[in-house]
Design a protein around this ligand. Sequence first.
Ligand code: GDP
Ligand code: ZN
Length: 464
Amino acid sequence: ALTTTEFDTIAAISTPPGEGGIAIVRISGEDAMKVITAIYRGKNLNQVASHTINYGHIIDPANNNETVDEVMVSVMRAPNTYTKEDVIEINCHGGIVATNRILQIVLSNGARMANPGEFTERAFLNGRIDLSQSEAVMDLIEAKTDQSMKAALNQLDGNLSHLIRNLRQDILDVLANVEVNIDYPEYDDAETMTTKLLLDKAREVRARIQQLLKTAKQGKVLRDGLATAIVGRPNVGKSSILNHLLHEDKAIVTNVPGTTRDVLEEYVNVSGVPLKLIDTAGIRETDDQVEKIGVERSRKSINSADLVLLVLNSSEPLTAEDRELLKLTSDTKRIVILNKTDLTTKIELDVVRKLVGAQNIISTSAMQADGLQSLEQRIAKLFFEEGIQNSQSNVMVTNARHISLLNQADSALNDVINGIDSGMPVDLVQIDMTRCWELLGEITGDSYNDELLDQLFSQFCLGK
Ligand code: GDP
Ligand code: ZN
């Protein structure tokens, strides 16, 4: 029962920047039709059916109606649009310069430049999607692998919202019950009953929140990549293995915005697991006499890694440096790669097995491209056995804001439980429970203010 809020009319180029075959200028708002009819030559767009695409030209009224570009214009009238407002999309064919010019013309004819995410924000404000769904749209745009894409899509479907809303409903039910008991203190046991009810519910909801938080670590990895270091002494085959991992179009090199230095981060998609490779600069050098991946530098990489790939040369006995690296990585999730299996084995296999466990050892010959698939499978297995299979639902929390709210909700529940344990009066405990309910509501955008609680409560507590 939400009505569309009225806003001014916004416009932006909605296709990614850069040269492409086609670009789209999107306009949304009350005046979208007015703007397009002022700058379009073709059939009368006011008379075409909604959700049609129409051939024509964009003209510049400020420049003697000069023809600017040949376009296809999509007309989508409210409310069945992305923003629930009138939406116009101008499909331009003329490259980046023409597209920018069209945007400028749109802006001089009644639209305002949209802020980042403003179309999605409107979809939220107009009640078409909730907050976690709008965040999912952002995540989707940034998704680096199929897996993170799936997690974002899932969230877009509203799975997380659905789950959170169920939790909130449960809490609300128990709060309503508490309220009734507070109102009728003359009943015997009212206080005891209420306390037990609160305690049980707090424990139950807390378990479910912690389940969700467990997925968060993995969700973060899907978003940010699993920080992975490749270490090993010179000449064991690090560069060769790296080259295999980076093979073909699997490697994505991104320039991460928001960092002060222009750090280039390399991502590689290994069976759906995004690895963010740490410090490959030294490893990439082909002339190994200048390679400076000493133990000191390795130590740094290892410390910041979620996963370490430690490469050993299986055709040589373990050296002191190998043993040092084995020791340094003992507290990190690691895969030990015994490379150069095409040569005679001289490494002390039993020693390595004892130190790292057979399941964490992979034998490869980077030269003969042997064993590298097993390596990739092992990485995927390590990763997916950690989290996804642990989570009961396929909902995954990936968003920092959601994680923070879930943590706060968790601590509010902790306060509820501690409060009851220390004999705090029910109406005080109730405050913490309510706080939990509000925090969860901030995830979906359902709780805006405290009044909402009163409103809802008046519905639940009959006769109050
Ligand atoms: P890094 O110093 O650890 O990066 O090692 P490189 O990848 O640069 O390899 C060092 C040398 O070992 C190069 O001459 C490679 O061709 C060679 N090499 C790498 N992997 C293998 C392997 O699996 N078998 C054999 N026989 N040689 C290899
Ligand atoms: Zn190298």
